[in-house]
Design a binder for this molecule. Structure first.
Ligand SMILES: NC(=O)c1ccc[n+]([C@@H]2O[C@H](COP(=O)([O-])OP(=O)(O)OC[C@H]3O[C@@H](n4cnc5c(N)ncnc54)[C@H](O)[C@@H]3O)[C@@H](O)[C@H]2O)c1
Length: 322
């Protein structure tokens, strides 16, 4: 292998993916990039960082050449709620960025990882145990860009032989970087508020069931998919992956096992609620389990225990509960 480029590296996933890739492949082999600059004197200094707008194809090409990149983890995108606020910008970044990255990858024979989402499904998709191959008629701009992205990655593989691979992530829960404007952000915010104030006002209704995953499992899935022998891949792009699914009410009950006085109330955001209502309740990820042995480690109780412990250390400097 030569070198890896990560776009959108300062976001929720990249903030943990870059350090994990640097441990695995060597600090100098992983180039982080974003349209924001990392704080000085931070862990980002451990390896190369480039200011890179993924919609600027010449800039992507130049960085690729200079760092002899052969694999791109293309994370830069606007997330679901932000994409509904700014659909035109979302199209430019999510589609324009991906198209440019795939073109540069084709010209330079790079592999590309593309993260799709449960947002690639819509209200006519079978909502329970949603199959790998099924109806995809999303009603959000985010979903439109994710389905189109999945298809474009398939096309670049079939037509040009580009080694594209991808996952349909559910909502990701993590404590390092804040979530970036998605419909599942509540499942991260609730932990911060439980520790800081003992209560949380949720923007989704109490019975809104969605798939979720803890970040360590998301990173493991990414690495496993990118390292698997490609001859084993029948689907290649857009694998359904999930680890758990729950409603806000169920998550609150789990948190209450650790923080007994925790309370939740609801002030529903109609835009986010309608996005969530258009997504599946639970995914069938048997294709990923079969083709590259996907198997998550964290369920709801294990994730909740670890999140609270890690966030208490981060926010309070140590455990708040005995
Ligand atoms: N976090 C989730 O729950 C989740 C779930 C499913 C899929 N995904 C997908 O994973 C990818 C990364 O998600 P995330 O949660 O880390 O997102 P995020 O919003 O936290 O981070 C995205 C990063 O992209 C950067 N960015 C925005 N425009 C850019 C541009 N033009 N050029 C370069 N960088 C730009 C932002 O500065 C930000 O740091 C996205 O494609 C997202 O759709 C995320």
């Amino acid at each position: 292998m030569e070198n890896i480029l990560v776009t959108g590296a300062l976001g929720q996933i990249g903030s943990e993916l870059v350090p994990a890739l640097r441990v695995r492949y060597g600090e100098d082999h992983v180039v982080a990039s974003d349209i924001r600059m990392p704080p000085r004197g931070s862990t980002w200094d451990s390896g190369p960082f480039e200011f890179l707008d993924c919609t600027n194809r010449n800039q992507v090409q130049e960085v690729l050449h200079r760092h002899r990149v052969d694999t791109i983890y293309h994370l830069a995108a606007l997330l679901s709620a932000t994409s509904e606020e700014k659909p035109h910008v979302a199209w430019d970044i999510n589609m324009g960025g991906l198209y440019g990255v795939l073109e540069v990858a084709r010209q330079n024979r790079c592999a590309v990882f593309f993260p799709s989402s449960i947002g690639a499904f819509g209200p006519t998709t079978p909502p329970d145990s949603t199959p790998q191959d099924t109806i995809q008629r999303p009603t959000t701009m985010y979903g439109v860009t994710k389905v189109a992205g999945e298809l474009l990655c398939d096309y670049y593989h079939r037509r040009f032989g580009v080694d594209t691979r991808g996952l349909r992530f559910p909502g990701l829960i993590s404590y390092v970087a804040p979530p970036g404007g998605g419909t599942t952000d509540y499942a991260v915010e609730i932990f911060y508020e439980a520790i800081r104030h003992g209560r949380y006002t949720c923007f989704l209704g109490p019975d809104t069931r969605l798939d979720m995953m803890y970040m360590p499992d998301a990173l493991a899935a990414l690495v496993a998919l990118m390292e698997v022998d490609p001859s084993r891949l029948e689907h290649r792009n857009a694998f359904n992956v999930t680890a758990m699914n729950f409603t806000p009410e169920e998550l609150a009950a789990e948190i209450r096992k650790h923080v007994p006085a925790f309370t939740i109330d609801y002030r529903i955001d109609p835009v986010k609620q309608s996005i969530a209502d258009s997504w599946p309740n639970s995914l069938d990820d048997s294709a990923a389990r079969r083709e590259w042995e996907w198997s998550p480690r964290y369920d709801l109780p294990a994730m909740t225990t670890d999140m609270l412990a890690k966030l208490e250390t981060k926010l309070l400097g140590g455990p708040a509960r005995s």
